[in-house]
Write a protein that binds this ligand. Structure first.
Ligand code: GLN
Length: 337
């Protein structure tokens, strides 16, 4: 292994320096616990499909996964029920609406897609298990497979959202009215709030994204997290719906399957190459991390990551990862919390 540091480490350090001073965006406060986040927290991580990890800034600071959980729970629902049943309860159409919109498809009564809250609550409802503890256990076990470590639910975040989640309750009851979810509405809502309050860090998100980039197998542990056949299901909805009413613009400019969350996490998948994650709590009006979008956009442009790029998307990123050494070249700026 060459002693020269990977050029990717230098790129990540440069992007971190460049975007750290950005002062736009607003930390989410509609879930009171989230308002405690420091707007200056900023981490970036890239995990290659061979498991090598590159990280800068606050890449090990824990935060709640929030909506970044949604594609993964969609995957669990697909494994539990298969495509046909899952798609009878949730569509795969971009809604063009905000993540928390209270709208269902008028023709089918289904929520538009599993990435908006309505569709996510419908997929959480499909998570099998004999009672709340067993269902939560299966969710946490899924997170463990993707991250390679035990993941826990933060009680304060869970209670904070449970106490204030009236809009999600309204959405769930509307879906109950149309038979899109079962009668265990409160149980499913609690599970959804717990799913969103699971604690991860930026590196975890990059490993989760890398697992999808690697066909469903965690590149660090070698464990399969998702049936290979469903990987493209997750990536498709992440590409078309992962950034809500910014999804068209995201696909046009960045061109990577991705998912954001109001805790400030954002992950993007470069299929066959790597997972990218950014953590930075200030959000744009659509609920996407401001620095997260900026970093992904610049990484995509510099390395021609758009999946429709002629000549092989991500090749230059693969080259940047391949040259130089890692993980001993892992960049570490900023400290652990
Ligand atoms: N738990 C949050 C909610 O339901 C998740 C939203 C998000 O991250 N976009 O409002």
């Amino acid at each position: 292994m060459t002693a020269e540091p990977s050029p990717l480490v230098e790129t990540l350090q440069e992007l971190h320096r460049k975007y750290a001073p950005v002062a736009i965006g607003k930390v989410a406060d509609y879930i009171p616990e989230l308002s405690k986040a420091d707007p200056s927290w900023f981490g970036i991580a890239v995990v290659a499909v061979d498991g090598r990890t590159f990280e800068v800034g606050d890449s090990r600071r824990p935060f709640s996964i929030q909506s970044v959980s949604k594609p993964f729970v969609f995957g669990l629902a697909l494994e539990d029920h298969g495509r046909e049943r899952v798609l009878s309860k949730v569509g795969v159409e971009p809604s063009g609406e905000a993540f928390n919109s209270i709208v269902l498809d008028e023709a089918t009564n289904r929520p538009f897609n599993p990435m908006v809250n309505a569709g996510a609550i419908a997929t959480t409802d499909l998570v099998d298990g004999a009672g709340p503890a067993a269902r939560l256990g299966r969710l946490l076990e899924m997170y463990r497979r993707y991250t390679g470590r035990e993941v826990h639910v933060d009680a304060a975040t869970f209670l904070s959202e449970r106490a204030t989640g009236h809009r999600n309750r309204a959405i769930a009851h509307l879906m109950l009215n149309f038979g899109m979810i079962e009668h265990r509405v409160d149980e499913t809502l609690e599970l959804y709030f717990q799913q969103c309050a699971a604690m991860v860090d930026c590196r975890d998100l990059a490993v989760m994204a890398a697992t999808l980039a690697n066909g469903g197998v965690n590149p660090i542990t070698g464990e399969r997290a998702l049936e290979a056949d469903y990987v493209k299901d997750l990536l498709s909805v992440m590409l078309s719906c992962g950034s809500y009413d910014f999804a068209g613009e995201w696909t046009y400019r960045i061109g990577l399957p991705a998912k954001s969350g109001v805790g400030g996490g954002l992950l993007a998948v470069v299929p066959g190459v790597a997972g990218i994650a950014v953590f930075s709590p200030p959000l744009d009006p659509r609920g996407n991390s401001v620095r997260g979008v900026l970093v992904c956009r610049e990484l995509s442009e510099r390395h021609r990551l758009h999946i429709l790029e002629p000549g092989g998307a991500g090749r230059s990123l693969a080259e940047a990862i391949g040259r130089g050494s890692a993980p001993d070249a892992t960049a570490r700026e900023g400290g652990r919390p």
